[in-house]
Design a binder for this molecule. Structure first.
Ligand code: MG
Ligand code: ZN
Length: 365
């Protein structure tokens, strides 16, 4: 009898271990995917959040970390269009390509794939919503400069939630069309001066915030909490979908601080992006079914956290100064941070196109 109990106890213990081990950290299948892109955010940009803020950066909350090679099919150093096309569609293309392959043929995006199987989708940016990075998720044009055509394609898309700037590309166009009016005829809920409240967006409805400016203001010029607020509103709206959602959020202007070789511009944009990472991770922790990926299309500026020159050729190793080596992009490997079900797939060193394939494999979309 005692032997029997012992055996039974052992079975129960093994069963308990089996159950509790069946879903270890970073394994499993997510229902929702949130892709956060810090444009131009290399490892030094990420590191700056540890030197320019007293708070612990939200980057430190990730346990699954990888590195990607970002080169384009046409150039060793990518631009944001080819970089985002790699993430969105899983193909290396030429610099300037938006959702098309190297033969300028349209290729399906993760957002369109999610939409097709009944998931809700959204894009958020601090640039024009027609700018290269967000455009690569919902449009297909041979050149990133075709803002008016990109705006037209967004206007006829099924994107459930979009927030960014660029209203003039919808209303003040060379072809005389007014896509703001046609969106409102389609019952898309629209704002151009401030974000809606959650209650103002009906369940299952399409919402777009199109700021009247060509891009959102810099943090230094008083953008405030736009990126956090727009992301939070998007999460509240999209997570009403029981089937799941795909949301892309871009910290667009980290790149612009790098191009301007302006460390203060860069780091204020980076810290704003880190705040968004915090609120997205809080959501994902509560939800339990959400995969969060944070990465960048490339590094911008050849940014370094350098010691500060003193008199007579000495350097102060206790004073960090942000310095730059170029006004353009660089081809350094870019970090990938992942959290939630499927996160462990993002460990290792691989090509930027793998982000697309890993998202598809882990969701089964
Ligand atoms: Mg961008
Ligand atoms: Zn750039």
């Amino acid at each position: 009898m005692i032997k029997y109990f012992k055996a039974c106890f052992l079975c129960c213990a093994l069963l308990f271990i089996a159950i509790s081990c069946s879903n270890p950290e970073g394994e499993g299948t997510p229902k929702n995917v949130i892709l956060l892109i810090g444009d131009g955010m290399g490892l030094t940009q990420v590191s700056s959040s540890f030197y320019y803020s007293d708070a612990t950066p939200n980057f430190s909350r990730f346990k699954h970390i990888g590195l990607i090679n970002t080169s384009a099919s046409s150039h060793k150093i990518t631009d944001s269009a080819a970089g985002a096309t790699a993430f969105a569609s899983g193909k290396k293309s030429y610099n300037g390509a938006v959702g098309v392959n190297s033969d300028t043929v349209s290729i399906p995006t993760i957002l369109e794939i999610a939409e097709k199987i009944g998931r809700s989708t959204g894009v958020v940016a601090t640039s024009s919503i027609t700018h290269a990075t967000p455009a690569c998720f919902y449009s297909h044009v041979r050149s990133r400069g075709m803002h008016e055509e990109i705006a037209r394609q967004l206007s006829v898309s099924d994107v459930d939630y979009a927030a960014g700037a660029g209203l003039p590309f919808f209303t003040n166009r060379d072809d005389g069309a007014n896509y703001y009016d046609s969106l409102s005829l389609r019952d898309v809920i629209l704002d151009t001066t401030s974000l809606a409240t959650f209650d103002e967006i009906c369940e299952g409805c399409q919402y777009m915030y199109l700021d009247t400016a060509g891009s959102m203001p810099r943090m230094l010029d008083g953008r405030g909490d736009f990126l956090s607020d727009a992301t939070k509103l998007g999460l509240d709206h999209l997570s009403r979908d029981e089937e799941g959602f795909f949301l892309m959020v871009e910290g667009s202007q980290i790149d612009w601080g790098g191009h301007a070789n302006d460390a203060e511009y860069l780091t204020t944009e980076l810290l704003d992006f880190d705040k968004v990472i915090g609120l997205v991770l809080d959501f994902a922790e509560r939800d339990g079914n959400t995969l969060v990926i944070v990465t960048a299309d490339h590094e911008t500026g050849g940014f370094a956290l350098s010691s500060t020159p003193m008199e007579e050729g000495w350097s102060d190793y206790n004073k960090v100064t942000g310095t730059f080596s170029t006004g353009g992009h660089t081809t350094t490997l870019i970090p990938v941070f992942a959290f939630g079900p499927g996160a462990s797939r993002f460990n290792g060193i691989y090509e930027n196109t793998e982000i697309f394939h890993k998202m598809l494999e882990t969701t089964g979309w």
